[in-house]
Design a protein around this ligand. Structure first.
Ligand code: FAD
Length: 408
């Protein structure tokens, strides 16, 4: 029995795994490995950013992963790292109240800025590129809806510009649509970015154990004992589940669920299709999203299905990739839309587009991160910031908004 649900997280050829995996120093478990301040379960991008934040705060950190590090869903990510969450501010305000919605959006923007800043602090700024974003109208927000969204964002100081169809065609060659343009989001190879954060933590003395599975997590009076599949056990003052879409058992789902998604990367395009290198996504229920990738390729994804079953998901890949190719060709008739890399993966969907981060109910000294929704990487940074605040005892002003006991 594992402490988390095990899944085949992805299938197919992801573009990032075709590149050389970054080398990371591993530790061996001793017969008695002593006690650590914080044990992080999961060496993906969430575990990496949390480990970096906590080791920077002077804590002794141990990271374990049942796989090789960064072989979970991090290497299937398309990594459009944005602050704009899946649920528009106008719609989130109606659902959970204006003040809470504004705080969630602002915290997401602050986490994006923090990601850029921490990346610079650890000397990994070359891993990030800067991209503005075009949010095209669709069945979730019409042109009028985009205008209201622009006003709601501006009310809290988020810069954006509404582009009418003519301006969008002239500037980007996209016809018959309008778009909201926002600024300064981040593109990255998620594997390399996460490796940089892990390396920064390891350089400060953190330990990384690969192929090391947490089977049972037992909170004690002043610590937590984690029994491993190998038969060994670890003792930690705090345990953090950063296990991604392999949900920790016993932690409430809070409106999160595991679904399926598909993504692809084209061959290198003969010419730059976006003069301004923008990310593009749609205010639509089944949205298509795209970004410039390495070597002039287009990375493109979407076509989500509401189920998580891996066998059913894998069987649909040829059909789903053909649909993404067709939609890409409709948007940009002059590009070569054929997939050179194609993959499918599980994905964590969130009812509000926001994550759950904080103490795990009824598990003293344990925390969980369900960074679900399209902004998983931004939420990894948010988790690093919030858990540092909580574990160091300073508290976090927005703990209630992301907690497992919140009302929405
Ligand atoms: C196709 C796709 C596209 C995406 N696009 C974007 C995007 O454009 N922008 C964005 O911000 N986010 C995006 N995301 C989401 C983002 O990549 C995720 O938030 C991220 O991959 C999840 O990271 P993680 O570190 O939480 O999980 P993972 O990378 O899966 O890491 C969790 C690790 O925990 C380990 N683990 C689980 N259980 C145990 C256990 N019991 N013992 C030991 N180890 C365990 C697993 O082996 C795994 O390696 C995308 C995700 C996918 C799949």
């Amino acid at each position: 029995m594992s402490a988390t649900r095990k899944r085949q997280l992805h299938d197919g050829r992801t573009i990032w795994r075709a590149r050389r995996m970054p080398a990371l120093q591993r530790s061996r478990l001793g017969v008695s490995s002593g006690k650590t301040d914080v044990l992080i379960i999961g060496a993906g991008i969430s575990g990496a950013m949390i480990a970096e934040a906590l080791s920077d705060a002077g804590l002794d950190v141990t990271i374990i992963d049942r796989r090789e590090p960064l072989h979970g869903s991090t290497c299937a990510s398309t990594a459009l790292i944005q602050y704009e969450i899946d649920t528009p501010l106008t719609k989130l305000s109606r659902r959970i109240g204006k003040h809470s919605a504004q705080r969630i959006w602002l915290r997401s923007k602050l986490a994006l800025d923090a990601l850029r800043e921490r990346t610079r602090v650890i000397g990994a700024h070359e891993e990030c590129s800067r991209h503005d974003t075009l949010y095209l109208d669709g069945d979730v927000l019409s042109q009028d809806g985009l205008l209201k969204e622009a006003l709601a964002r501006r009310e809290i100081g988020l810069e954006c510009t509404l582009l009418a169809p003519r301006a969008l065609t002239e500037r980007f060659g996209i016809s018959g649509r309008s778009a909201l343009m926002s600024y300064d989001n981040i593109g990255a190879d998620p594997v390399r970015l996460a490796a940089s954060f892990l390396r920064a933590a390891l350089d400060r003395g953190a330990r990384l154990h690969a192929n090391c599975e947490a089977e049972h997590v037992e909170p004690l009076a002043h610590a937590v004992r984690v029994e491993l599949k190998s038969g060994e056990s670890l003792l930690a003052s705090h345990v953090i589940f950063a296990s991604g879409y392999e949900m920790p058992k016993g932690v409430p789902r809070k409106g999160h669920k595991i679904i399926s998604t598909w993504a692809m990367a084209t061959r290198p395009q003969p010419r730059n299709i976006w003069p301004e290198g923008c990310f593009i996504w749609e205010a639509a229920d089944l949205y298509l999203y795209l970004r410039p990738g390495p070597d002039g390729r287009i990375i493109c994804g979407g076509e989500d299905e509401e189920f998580g079953d891996e066998e059913k998901r894998n069987a649909l890949t040829p059909e789903k990739i053909a649909t993404i190719e067709r939609k890409l060709a409709e948007l940009f008739p002059h590009v070569d839309p054929r997939a050179d890399y194609a993959w499918t993966a599980n994905f964590g969907a969130s009812q509000t587009g926001s994550p759950s981060i904080g103490p795990a109910p009824r598990m003293p000294h344990c925390y969980a991160v369900l960074g679900y929704g399209g902004n998983g990487i931004t939420f990894s940074m948010l988790a690093g910031q919030m858990l540092r605040n909580m574990i160091c005892g300073h508290g976090d002003a927005d703990a209630g908004l992301f907690s497992f006991s919140r009302k929405f």
